[in-house]
Design a binder for this molecule. Structure first.
Ligand SMILES: Cc1cc2nc3c(=O)[nH]c(=O)nc-3n(C[C@H](O)[C@H](O)[C@H](O)COP(=O)(O)O)c2cc1C
Length: 381
C-alpha cells in the first residue's frame, strides 16, 4: 500500500511532494536581521533530504519583536534579495520554501540560548536596538525576570497587524510559497489570546471573541497582500499554562479559517519559562491529539509537531487522520535526510525520486547492490 506520508498534498495552488515538514527553528545566526551562508546551507540541506515543506525560522516583522539580537528579520525591503538565494535553492532541491513570521511582544529582547536566554536592556546592532522597547497587550511582564512591557495603543495594534502584512508581501517577493503566522509559544499574538497576559478592557480584551480579534486582523492584513493561490498557516499553542483550552483553539481555528488561514500548526505552551514545546521532556507525539481534535472540531487541515521521530509513527499520524502534515524539528537537526530514510523504511516504490541526482543516482544504485556478508571478507589475517 502506498505510504500516506509520501502522498502529495495540494493546498490552494501549491503542491507539496509529501507530508513531511521541517518545523520552524530559530538558528540565532543572523546579524542585524540579515541571513547569511549558514541559513542557505542549513535550509537547503533539508530540501535535498526530501522534505516536502521547509520552514525558515520565526522571522520578525519588526525589530522590537526580535526574541534575540540574532533573529532573522523581514521588516524592510533590504532583507528580500539575500532570501531569494535560499528560496531558489530549496525549490531546486524539490521542496516548497516556507517562512514563519513572528513578533515576540513582551518575551522579546533576550540573549541567545547558549548565553542563558537572559532578558537584555538593549541590543546594539539591531535596528533601534538601543531603544528597543518591549510592547504587549497589557503592562504585565512574562514573569519576574522580565521587564514590564508598554501596553499597546490601538494605533500600535493596527501598525503591528499591517507590519505582518507587509512582511508577507516581502516574503512573496523573496520567493516563499507558504507563510505561517506565529501565534504560539507565549509571543505577541498568543499574549493577546491569553486572558492572563491580556487584561485589556477595550475590544481587544475580555471575551474570547475580543482576544481573538488581533489574530484575525493579522490574518486579514496578510491575505490583503499575500497571493490568493498561496497557503497561509497559523501556529497555535493548542493549550497553555494560563487556561487556554482545546475548545478555545477550535473556536480560534474556525475564526482563522474564515479569515483565509488554511492550516493550523498545533503546538502548545510557552506562557511560562521552561515550558516551551522544545524544552519539555515529553512522550513521542505528545501534541498529536491536539492536531486531531482541531482538525475534527474546526474542519481545517492541521499539522502535528512534537517528538515525531519514527517513520511508522509519522505514517500512522497521517494515514489515521490525526493530521494532514507532520513537522519534525530536532530530529531534522539530527538527520536532515530523514525523509529519504523514511521512504525506504516505509517501502515507498521510488524512495529517491525528487531528490537531487547528485544523491539519488548513487543511493539508488547502492540500494540495489548485493551486499557481501562481513564474514566472507578476506581480512588477510
Ligand atoms: C532550536 C529550536 C528552535 C526553535 N525555533 C522555533 C521557531 O522559530 N518557531 C516556532 O514556532 N517553534 C520553534 N521551535 C519549536 C519547534 O518548531 C518544534 O515545535 C519543537 O522543537 C517540537 O518538535 P520536535 O520535537 O520535533 O523538535 C524551535 C525548537 C528548537 C529546538
Amino acid at each position: 500500500m502506498p505510504a500516506a506520508l509520501f502522498s502529495p498534498l495540494g493546498i490552494r495552488e501549491i503542491t507539496l511532494r509529501n507530508r513531511i515538514v521541517v518545523s520552524p527553528m530559530l538558528t540565532y545566526c543572523a546579524e542585524g536581521g540579515h541571513v547569511n551562508d549558514f541559513h542557505l546551507a542549513h535550509l537547503a540541506q533539508f530540501a535535498a533530504g526530501g522534505a516536502g515543506l521547509v520552514f525558515m525560522e520565526s522571522t520578525k516583522i519588526d525589530p522590537a519583536g526580535c526574541s534575540t539580537p540574532r533573529d532573522t528579520g523581514l521588516w524592510k525591503d533590504d532583507f528580500i534579495e539575500p532570501l531569494k538565494r535560499i528560496t531558489a535553492l530549496i525549490k531546486r532541491n524539490g521542496a516548497v520554501p516556507a517562512i514563519q513570521l513572528g513578533h515576540s511582544g513582551r518575551k522579546a529582547r533576550r540573549s541567545v540560548p547558549w548565553e542563558g536566554r537572559v532578558p537584555m536592556a538593549d541590543a546594539p546592532g539591531v535596528d533601534h536596538g538601543e531603544t528597543w522597547e518591549l510592547i504587549g497587550p497589557s503592562a504585565v511582564a512574562h514573569d519576574s525576570k522580565y521587564a514590564v512591557p508598554r501596553e499597546m495603543a490601538r494605533e500600535d495594534i493596527r501598525k503591528a497587524a499591517e507590519a505582518w502584512g507587509e512582511a508577507a508581501r516581502r516574503a512573496n517577493d523573496a520567493g516563499f510559497d507558504v507563510v505561517e503566522i506565529h501565534g504560539a509559544h507565549g509571543y505577541l499574538i498568543h499574549q493577546f489570546l491569553s486572558a492572563v497576559a491580556n487584561r485589556r478592557t477595550d475590544e481587544y480584551g475580555g471575551s474570547l471573541e475580543n482576544r481573538m480579534r488581533f489574530a484575525a486582523e493579522v490574518a486579514r492584513e496578510i491575505r490583503k497582500r499575500w497571493p490568493e493561490g498561496k497557503p497561509l498557516f497559523f501556529r497555535a499553542s493548542a493549550v497553555d499554562e494560563t487556561g487556554w483550552t482545546i475548545e478555545d483553539s477550535i473556536a480560534l481555528a474556525k475564526v482563522l479559517k474564515a479569515n483565509g488561514v488554511d492550516v493550523i500548526d498545533c503546538s502548545a505552551g510557552g506562557m511560562s519559562d521552561g515550558a516551551t514545546a522544545s524544552e519539555m521532556a515529553p512522550a513521542y507525539g505528545y501534541q498529536v491529539p491536539y492536531a486531531r481534535e482541531i482538525r475534527a472540531g474546526a474542519g481545517i487541515m492541521t499539522m502535528a509537531v512534537g517528538m515525531i521521530v519514527h517513520s511508522d509513527h509519522a505514517e500512522e499520524i497521517v494515514s489515521g487522520g490525526s493530521a494532514d502534515l507532520v513537522a519534525l524539528g530536532r530530529e531534522m537537526l539530527h538527520n536532515p535526510h530523514w525523509p529519504i530514510d523514511a521512504a525506504q523504511k516505509l517501502g515507498v516504490e521510488a524512495p529517491f525520486a525528487g531528490i537531487p541526482n547528485a544523491y539519488a543516482y548513487f543511493l539508488e544504485k547502492r540500494s540495489k547492490s548485493k551486499l557481501i556478508k562481513p564474514s566472507t571478507f578476506q581480512t588477510g589475517m
